[in-house]
Ligand binder design. Structure first.
Ligand code: GMT
Length: 375
């Protein structure tokens, strides 16, 4: 099939899922046309003849105020659909990708491509609910030939907030367990834990929904009880506040601020515990990357996370904001001989059983085939 893959090129989870899905579809013989403002970061080193990247031209004019990305994206999709004969346009993250895809479908000449929209979380739980976008997002979901969501929770949230009774395919995220695995080299444990400290890890885009300050609060409680180091990977609006909090709590000398990293698997393979205390999280892609690396997860009981992390088996879940409970669970794992290893092994087994590309990618192919068979 000839598939247009529309996504954000940045470090967010939706862009990562779209990129990895496109890469694997290309290896399965599909022709994948990525359409984005810049080449998705995980594609940069890819060399596959079945993958073609098309850059959305940015155009602004003083009268317009800001550039009209929704329109320039729609125009690019029309151009590629007409030139390449796209059969499906797969829009990742509803805003504005599902709208641009629908517009392009109306404007395309010849055989109009089908539109598949994949919901990733904040497009429904946060951005899409804004009165500025709600009516149009709802319309775009209605007009999509298929809508998928990365968790049962997100599918239910979408039906509750946008579309009672709407058929939504639940297709979980996936992780390459050959890439994310334990004891990778160059694991830099000696650099981060020269005295045998326990290593705690968090990765995110440091948006308020991630509650990165709670990561620091949990770490401070752990570090007060045992030698520990915190690795923080990512950047975003809450970065400065998080640095300030680490100084206020007197733990800044035990925190490594690593910024945005592409090869995050090497840091997972060093860590003993992964922290994900989000306010809301439709799936938590980083959680299965941690689990695949045999790291147990300490997370909030939010959104789709309980579908991913099995309480007491592959990690522990606490109410959002309950840093005392999260710290107690972290200390339990780190302070009980063999428990972290036991939960880590269970976590990897669970990821291998439930979240492998070999089983997930065909689920997307089945959706493509279904919509192509529809009138
Ligand atoms: O905020 C992020 O984590 C980025 C965001 C995105 O839209 O790129 O991630 C969302 O999509 C990921 C991939 O499906 C999910 O694993 C994340 O849980 C989801 N984020 C939220 O729901 C907050």
């Amino acid at each position: 099939m000839k598939i247009g893959m529309v996504c954000y090129p940045t470090y967010g989870g939706s862009g990562v899922v779209a990129t990895e899905l496109g890469r694997l579809l290309a290896k399965r013989g599909h022709e994948i046309h990525f359409i984005s403002t810049e080449i998705p970061f995980r594609l940069v080193h890819e060399a596959d003849d079945n993958i073609i990247f098309h850059s959305v031209e940015r155009f602004s004019y003083p009268l317009l105020g800001s550039e009209l990305y929704t329109l320039s994206l729609a125009s690019k999709i029309v151009q590629i659909a007409n030139e390449q004969g796209l059969e499906v346009v797969h829009a990742h993250y509803a805003i504005p990708h599902a709208v641009s895809a629908w517009l392009a479908k109306q404007a395309a000449g010849g055989v109009r491509p089908k539109v598949v929209t994949t919901l990733h979380g904040t497009d429904i739980t946060l951005v899409g609910r804004a009165p500025s976008y709600y009516p149009v997002v709802r319309f775009a979901l209605d007009q999509s030939d298929a809508v998928t969501a990365v968790s049962e929770w997100l599918a239910e949230e979408t039906r509750r907030e946008f579309y009672p009774g709407r058929a939504i395919d639940v297709i979980p995220n996936f992780v390459d367990s050959t890439r994310f695995r334990p004891s990778l080299t160059p694991c830099k444990r000696s650099r981060f834990a020269p005295n045998g400290e326990k290593i705690l890890l968090h990765i995110s885009n440091f948006r308020p929904v991630k509650r990165v300050e709670d990561v620091v609060r949990v770490f401070a409680r752990v570090q007060a009880r045992m030698p520990a180091t915190l690795l923080l990977i990512g950047d975003g609006p809450d970065y400065d506040r998080t640095v300030q909090l680490s100084h206020e709590l007197g733990v800044s000398q035990h925190v490594h601020w690593l910024g945005k990293q592409e090869q995050v698997q090497f840091y997972f393979s060093c860590a003993d515990l992964f922290l994900l205390p989000s306010e809301s999280e439709s799936f938590g892609l980083a959680a299965i990357e941690a689990m695949s690396s045999e790291i147990p997860v300490i997370a909030s009981r939010a959104g789709g996370i309980p579908e991913v992390v099995k309480q007491g088996e592959t990690g522990f879940l606490s109410p959002v904001g309950d840093v005392e409970d999260m710290a107690a669970n972290a200390l339990r794992i780190l302070g009980t001989n063999g428990l972290g290893h036991q939960m880590g092994e269970a976590a990897r087994r669970d990821v291998v059983a439930r979240y492998q590309p070999e089983s997930i990618v065909p689920m997307y192919e089945a959706v493509y085939e279904r919509v192509l068979a529809q009138d």
